[in-house]
Ligand binder design. Sequence first.
Ligand code: SIN
Length: 278
Amino acid sequence: MSDIAIKPVSGGVGVEVANVNIDETLSEGQFQFIQKAFVDNGLVFLRDQDITPEQHIDFAERWGDINVNRFFPKLDGYEKIASVTKEKDQITNIGGGWHTDHSYDQIPAMGSILLARETPTVGGDTLFACMYKAYESLSPGLKTTLEGMKAVHSSRHIFGDQSAYRDEMDGVFENADKATQDAVHPVIITHPESGRKALYVNPAFTLHFEGWRAAESKPLLDYLYQHATLMEHTTRFKWAEGSIAIWDNRCTWHYALNDYHGVRREMHRITLEGSPLN
Ligand code: SIN
């Protein structure tokens, strides 16, 4: 195999790291190369990874502790791997809207490692958006306004027992009784590793700005969401079996497109433990 290499995939966000296998042959130097690509870009893709669930877990544990998502179904026999699957006859998918994982936790997941096991020939792509670019391209005035603000995030309306989405998913999600707590995070965070500022609100889990009513927050949040998802800030990833995306939840959003009805799609996700956001 030739030398490990990095290739940007779009002007918006994301790079592909090529010529590497993330099984036990992955050297420390190669691992650090992938980690640096992750910190520098917030989103890394790998192709053609022929790995077992055990190797997926071993690779994830090189990054740190695994944070087991309490709502997603688990892969049979693997508590640490979430099964992000849409069956042929299922209508609603998991992750079919812009979000960043676990912002409803006070210590949100740092990143996620998603591995494609079974993919539609056409459709089922994932969109990603760069929250560094979302922040950096705001006006100086709006940046200053947002700088001191915080927002409240929650899982109740998505994973709680009153959730219409949970009903549509027809028993797929677990632990509705654990969708109880809310979390408060700065609207603009400083990324703990890169030191760059990023917009940290998202359409799925952010309820309102702290100290503002939901109705007062909505117009500004709506503006931020449409700004964050300008095409220039995004990329679209076409999966194949063995493709992997490693995304940084502190500086990206993602959106699993639901455009492949009647076809099965199976993805395995491991979520990595994070740290408090400032
Ligand atoms: C997710 O939101 O973690 C799922 C992304 C995908 O299935 O493409």
